[in-house]
Design a protein around this ligand. Structure first.
Ligand code: NAD
Ligand code: UDP
Length: 340
């Protein structure tokens, strides 16, 4: 794909910042819109350090229609990657209206601003959470979809919204990227995931135990119907995931309408396998106890990657050892995240 101007919503966040690095490296100009509700401009400074050039940054909330229109007025945007959203499943159960407001209203405003400026090419951050408890693994994109949390429903409804928009107006071309479990960090160790408060996710929790910020990891459930009794997930290195966005932007030229694509490695790893790989990367055992199941966890989830290979011409290159090495490198260099 020739160099373009890509607008990245949520570009200061975990996956967004890694994608900005890959976009800049590929020669694109990048415009970031982020309200910094879950991120900091330090991430964008570090993106510039890695890439040797900066993004154009606008501190704007997607729900602010006027400010968003001004961003489109200021830049000749060709395509959009839409990461901005709230993403904590538990929190979404407590404050569902805030989730619908932020994720759905933000997306509606974005689509209106895009259409007003004749921009119809979009890559959207969806999630494998839209598959709920899959009947069959590996999961193909044609598997039934549904969601069990308000967060998951925002993803589902935005997917439907984008499908409806594309059905009504052939100018819309959209790739819905359904991420599996993003982990890891840029190999420089200067950008990475910086969760606020106590992490909910396995890898950041394990790494905070390793660095001494948390005492012990709890392995949620050892009695699942899996080889070692712990849940299986498809972990994907965030740099591979970032590259999938470049591939999806390129694929927009080859698709019509709206296409959903899984982004995983196609390989499942159990919680205990992740703990072992993380301990290996850290060079010390990560203290852990197997405790009761966490409500809502699904035993086994991993992606069928066939459509990513055929449609995006992309597949993951990095494995679990790479993910743990790079996540640890980031954690070690930034023990308190961007606040270090
Ligand atoms: P993140 O919180 O690090 O990044 C999201 C960014 O969007 C943040 O910088 C935040 O400040 C910004 N933002 C939120 N609401 C906004 C608004 N109304 N206006 C402007 N900016 C806003 O999260 P992430 O892990 O990088 O995830 C990016 C996207 O990928 C999200 O949509 C998330 O739901 C989706 N996703 C993430 C995962 C995961 O495990 N990290 C898995 C599946 C899908
Ligand atoms: N998990 C765990 N301990 C933790 C966090 C997560 O055992 O402190 C398990 C969780 O039960 C699931 C897997 O790790 O089986 C991945 O969980 P995560 O929250 O990272 O991602 P999810 O797949 O739930 O989105």
């Amino acid at each position: 794909m020739a160099a373009q101007t890509i607008l990245v919503t949520g570009g200061a966040g975990y996956i967004g910042s890694h994608t900005c690095v890959q976009l800049l490296a590929a020669g694109h100009d990048v415009v970031v819109v982020d309200n910094l509700s879950n991120s900091s401009t330090v991430a964008l400074d570090r993106v510039a350090d890695i890439a040797g050039r900066s993004v154009a940054f606008h501190e704007v909330d997607l729900r602010d229609r006027v400010a968003l229109a001004e961003v489109f007025d200021d830049h000749d945007v060709d395509r959009v990657v839409h990461f901005a959203g709230l993403k904590a499943v538990g929190e979404s159960v407590e404050i569902p209206v805030a989730y619908y407001d932020n994720n759905i209203v933000g997306t509606v405003n974005l689509l209106n601003a895009m259409a007003d400026h004749e921009v119809f090419d979009l890559v959207f951050s969806s999630s494998c959470t839209v598959y709920g408890e899959p009947e069959v693994v590996p999961i193909t994109e044609d598997a039934p979809i549904g969601a069990v949390s308000p967060y998951g429903r925002t993803k589902l409804y935005i997917e439907e919204l984008l499908r409806d928009a594309a059905a009504a107006d052939k100018r819309w071309r959209t790739v819905l990227l359904r991420y599996f479990n993003p982990v890891g960090a840029h190999p420089s160790g200067t950008i990475g995931e910086d969760p606020t408060g106590i992490p909910n996710n396995l890898m950041p929790y394990a790494m905070q135990v390793a660095i001494g910020r948390l005492e012990r990891l709890r392995v949620f459930g050892g009695d699942y119907d899996t080889p070692d009794g712990t849940c299986i997930r498809d972990y994907i290195h965030v740099v591979d995931l970032a590259d999938a966005h470049l591939a999806a932007l390129g694929a927009l030229d080859r698709i019509e309408g709206c296409e959903a694509v899984n982004v995983g490695t196609g390989t499942g790893s159990s919680v205990l396998e992740v703990v072992a790989a993380a301990s290996n990367a850290v060079g010390a055992d990560i203290p852990h106890d197997v405790v009761d199941r966490r409500p809502g966890d699904v035993p086994c989830v991993f992606a069928d990657t066939g459509r990513a290979e055929s449609l995006l011409r992309w597949s993951a290159r990095l494995d679990l050892a790479d993910m743990c090495r790079d996540h640890w490198n980031w954690q070690r260099q930034n023990p308190a995240g961007y606040g270090s």
